[in-house]
Design a protein around this ligand. Sequence first.
Ligand code: F6P
Ligand code: MN
Length: 335
Amino acid sequence: MKSITLTRFLIEQEREADALPTELRMLIETVARACKAIGNAVSKGALGEVLGSLGSENVQGEVQKKLDVIANELLLEANEWGGHLAAMASEEMETLHRIPHRYPKGEYLLLFDPIDGSSNIDVGLTVGTIFSVLVAPAECSGRDVTEEDFLQPGSRQVAAGYALYGPQALLVLTIGAGVYEFTLDREIGSWRMTDGPMTMPQGAREFAINMSNRRQWSPAVTRYIDERVAGSEGPLGKDYNMRWTASMVADIHRILKRGGIFLYPADAREPGKARLRLMYEANPMAFLVTQAGGAATDGTTAILDIAPSGLHQRVGVVIGDKAEVAAASAMAEVG
Ligand code: F6P
Ligand code: MN
């Protein structure tokens, strides 16, 4: 297949479409390079002695896998010295990571989930890296960046994407002008475009949710799912299929490619809280899916409009097919 490289795509975006500042282009290239290194580590598996846990916990109280920490380090090291960033934040770090004083500072803020779907690492299933890019507020030039500088709604993202380490290594990216997919060509070591601008198919009858949480759901979520499980014998009169990989990045990729809806709603386990994180999971995925013609809410409010209150804030996620997201949100509003 003849296709352009990520490098060429980004340069063309910068040159022709005027959609991409040079510094942001270089930042995306750096993140993409780090994702190659992470994919390489993931693919070694047991042979590279990268599987298993460390015994430590991250700020979320989750046991850190070796690969969570390796991937976090790879992203920090790759992005520290290029001069594009003001600071970084990650699922694996309690607070922000400032650019050391010995390096020049840029205007961007990078957030990432180094390995999403960590529970799949040790069984050899698909995991990925999710990232989001914001612009540091103008007033933070000349002073140290703070956590508050990161707390901007997802609508302010200037780029977002994910890498998927599955049968192929894939990179899916938006800079606010469509969604593009690149596949890693291992023979030449380059990301090459294999899809885009991507439009997610609408009308697919497929949902993704962890059904084992059913007894914890709100009445609205229970009704939404029950109607679909009832299929052709229920009020919708049509059958639905279900998929759950327990890697959000893999589930969302499937939805971008063939449609459907993903739900990880806030539930009764932690009142007012939820499983997924707003800043580096929900926001980048919401940006990508809406760019591809889908929708994303927390059950009622558009994810991209939520004003964050913390770096590791959790949020309910209902994302994918526009009509399905609207149907789920309408039930929530009725209560
Ligand atoms: O990052 C959180 C995450 O691993 C997501 O990738 C995934 O969708 C979810 O958690 C899986 O949750 P559960 O263990 O409840 O299936
Ligand atoms: Mn994750």
